[in-house]
Design a protein around this ligand. Structure first.
Ligand SMILES: [Zn+2]
Length: 456
């Protein structure tokens, strides 16, 4: 089976050029200005942008919070992902208390079967002891080379000593660890303070976790990473102050990776006054326009590595399980389908970053950082033919009604976006054609090598 993509504009981190791509047996066979060989399937891509398939570094599908399970499972979540041009998601397999990592990995493999885009797993750990440590090597042998720890959430949090020991151990095996950075004790105390003056509505959410709650935790993580002599990855960075702490650590010579999310670039905390503001309850919370601006600047200067969605969707009736109390409302929002359009519209089209930077932030850096490069994340001969074709023409409005997410709300409801994903090849298969999903369930597990460490 041969597919020829012709007359498109190739967007790669190192440059933009007009070229054709010939795909054969699932791989990119040739990239050249003009390819005349015969193909079974010809995609005319004149005027369109061709990217290496996008990689979402941060999703939560089929995650059980105890009180409820995320609205999207892998079937619906990966359908939405591929329609949005994401060919690989890295989801968080979660080792709950009393489980082994192997239990969690087996469970996530079962959950993800039949996905419509490729998938890999980070392993989120809720305990750290000799038994867990002994499992890490086994995870690496099964293609799981990145780990996540939380400083918050009763069911998940590790203390600083555990984070220190885990960072050290992961680093010795050339794995990378991400940390959810917020000061747990302080934010809980602030929730009590707010509740005691009668503040229970969504307006209380950003007040309970102001910028310094993140910045203190980022600063602490930076020092823990320094002490452990290990690289650190800050997941979903949301504040200017947190960014400053990461900059200080890099200036000391530390190896720091930064991830942010579209919601911290295009939404701000004025939204907590809106009706249905429960849909904006996520942690970290939405911030101020100054924070959005700082993060966009950091994307432009190359300080941000990757943009993940932190897709963690709940319907409004699930959000209502918190009975209007911000501190009890399930945290998270839907967004896995909207990432490319949001970044294209609000970062590229506004002149904040270049198309080449969009290619790096949405695909290449993730592939490097998480052990998938150059197999994925790049348009070059020999790479997997995971290819996303973006048509910059046209405009549309994001709505939960047209999203494929299995969710009756969207934090981006009503936002205008320019361009759309027209076609997607997944391992050479033409799975999205003219914006429609034509082949479902073709995703495969992505076995990842030890992490790329490109900032080492
Ligand atoms: Zn998350």
């Amino acid at each position: 089976m041969r597919t020829l993509i012709q007359n498109g504009t190739l967007v790669r981190s190192q440059g933009i050029e007009q070229a054709d791509i010939l795909v054969e047996n699932g791989f990119i066979k040739r990239v050249a200005p003009k390819i005349t060989e015969q193909a079974d399937n010809v995609i005319e891509a004149g005027g369109k942008l061709i990217f290496a398939g996008f990689i979402d570094t941060h999703t939560h599908f089929d995650l059980d919070l105890g009180v409820t399970v995320t609205a999207d499972n892998f079937a619906t979540g990966t359908r939405a992902a591929i329609l949005g041009g994401t060919t690989t998601v890295l989801d968080f397999a979660t080792q709950d208390h009393g489980m082994t990592m192997q239990d969690a990995l087996d469970l996530w493999h079962r959950k993800a079967e039949g996905s419509s885009c490729n998938y890999g797993f980070h392993m989120a750990i809720s305990e750290w002891d000799g038994e867990r440590a002994a499992e890490v090597e086994n995870m690496v042998a099964q293609g799981v080379t990145s780990f996540k720890m939380y400083m918050v959430y009763d069911a998940m949090r590790l203390n600083d000593g555990e984070i220190y020991a885990a960072l050290k151990h992961m680093n010795a095996l050339n794995c990378i660890s991400g940390v959810h950075c917020e000061n747990y004790d302080v934010l809980n105390e602030r929730i009590h303070e707010l509740n005691s003056i009668g503040m229970r509505s969504p307006l209380g959410h950003p007040l309970s976790r102001p910028n310094a709650v993140e910045a203190e935790a980022v600063a602490r993580l930076m020092r823990i990473g320094e002490l452990a002599d290990a690289p650190v990855w800050v997941v979903h960075l949301s504040t200017h102050e947190g960014l400053e702490e990461a900059r200080r650590a890099r200036a000391r010579g530390q190896e720091v990776y930064l991830e942010t999310c579209p919601q911290y670039l295009v939404l701000d905390d004025s939204r907590y006054g809106e009706p249905d503001a429960e849909k904006f309850i996520m942690s970290p919370p939405l911030r101020k326009p100054e924070d959005e601006d700082a993060l966009l600047s950091a994307m432009s200067s190359g300080e941000i590595d990757v943009i993940g969605t932190d897709h963690c969707s709940f319907t409004m009736s699930q959000k209502a399980l918190g009975e209007g109390e911000f501190s009890k409302t399930p945290n998270g929002g839907a967004g896995v389908q909207n990432r490319a359009q949001l970044v294209y519209t609000y970062a590229v089209r506004t002149g904040r970053i270049t198309l080449q930077q969009m290619a790096a932030l949405l695909s290449e850096n993730a592939a490097r950082m998480f052990g998938m490069y150059p197999h994925r994340g790049v348009l070059q001969e020999g790479s997997e033919a995971d290819i996303t074709i973006y048509d910059p023409a046209g405009e549309s409005t994001i709505s939960y009604k047209t999203n494929a997410h299995h969710c009756d709300n969207s934090p981006y409801e009503g936002m205008k976006v320019y361009g759309s994903v027209s076609d997607v090849l997944l391992g050479g298969r033409h799975v999205v054609r003219d914006g429609q999903l034509v082949k479902e369930g073709k995703g495969r597990f992505v076995f990842r090598k030890a992490s790329g460490r490109y900032r080492a």
